[in-house]
Ligand binder design. Structure first.
Ligand SMILES: C[S@@+](CC[C@H](N)C(=O)[O-])C[C@H]1O[C@@H](n2cnc3c(N)ncnc32)[C@H](O)[C@@H]1O
Length: 184
């Protein structure tokens, strides 16, 4: 409950950045990471990690030699993310605008999965198209992109990735959509 209240305060204070008033519930977290295999070593990049609610599910799912780079813009959220103790996790306080630099600093050329909770729906469309068109080329074939949304935008992602499925997560409060694209 305390985590939900802290998130609500951050959401109210920074609605443009957070784009939500509730942190993701367990069903939404699980759907966001469902394309990621449990039996293969993978590199996952997570955008808009917040307090690390999806990150924790991710770390529970992936293999011992996998890696996660989780990026969060807001300091108060980042401080909670950074409290997660797991050697596979690099928690970054920063913006997705600096993703090139962040990947370079972690010696990552290509990665396997991109998990995003950044509120793309309320961001400039041209920026989002250009960002995703650029980074889809750095996701390995067979990898995936997942994005959570509170509105319907499947076609938008299909135009960028060539395929996109939308999953409705009714159990989340409020109900949410997860758009999933596979890199072919
Ligand atoms: C909807 S919240 C999701 C938080 C958490 N992952 C969850 O599922 O509950 C979106 C998060 O994206 C972060 N964010 C927004 N713009 C960002 C940016 N440009 N770079 C990094 N993080 C950003 C916000 O601060 C916020 O924590």
């Amino acid at each position: 409950m305390k985590k939900q209240i802290d998130f609500l305060i951050q959401g109210v204070k920074n609605i443009k950045e957070v784009g939500a008033l509730t942190r993701s519930g367990p069903a939404l977290c699980k759907k966001m990471i469902s394309p990621i295999p449990t039996d293969k070593d993978v590199v996952v990049v997570e955008l808009g990690a917040g307090d690390g609610v999806i990150t924790k599910h991710l770390l529970n799912r992936i293999s011992p030699k996998s890696k996660v780079i989780s990026i969060e813009l807001l300091e108060d959220m980042y401080k909670k993310l950074a409290q997660i103790e797991d050697q596979r996790l690099s928690a970054i306080h920063g913006t997705i605008d600096n993703l090139d630099q962040i990947l370079e600093e972690h010696n990552i050329e290509n990665f396997d999965h991109l998990v995003s909770a950044v509120p793309f729906m309320i961001m400039d469309n041209e920026y989002v198209v250009s960002f995703l068109s650029k980074y889809k080329n750095r996701i390995n074939k067979g990898g995936s992109f997942t994005q959570m949304h509170y509105g319907f935008k499947r076609k938008f992602y299909e135009n960028i990735f060539g395929n996109a499925k939308a999953h409705y997560v009714a159990a989340n409060v409020p109900p949410a959509l997860v758009v999933e694209s596979i890199i072919v």
